[in-house]
Write a protein that binds this ligand. Sequence first.
Ligand SMILES: [Zn+2]
Length: 99
Amino acid sequence: MSLWSLIKEKIIAWLSDDVKKPKPVVTKTPASYDPGLNCPQCKFKMRLSMGALLGGKPIVCPACGLSLTVDRERSKGCLNELKKVNDAIQKVEEAKRLR
Ligand SMILES: [Zn+2]
């Protein structure tokens, strides 16, 4: 289950253009479903909401206050992919609940 790590890599790739960062921090956690992102500045594990990403809202780090904005134009293709992934995840979650 590497869906989230793929998404995280994409997000980090967009963000690293704005936030100068030597290399992306992708943490490997035992939990497969882990919608989190490490702050590029202070490494704080931020909660990442699909809705915020798709809505183009800035992601604000609660630890250092760094605001990360996703460039919607530049990341259009990726956002479309995210939407598909989001739909797929929701379907899986629904299926789980019905069981
Ligand atoms: Zn931070």
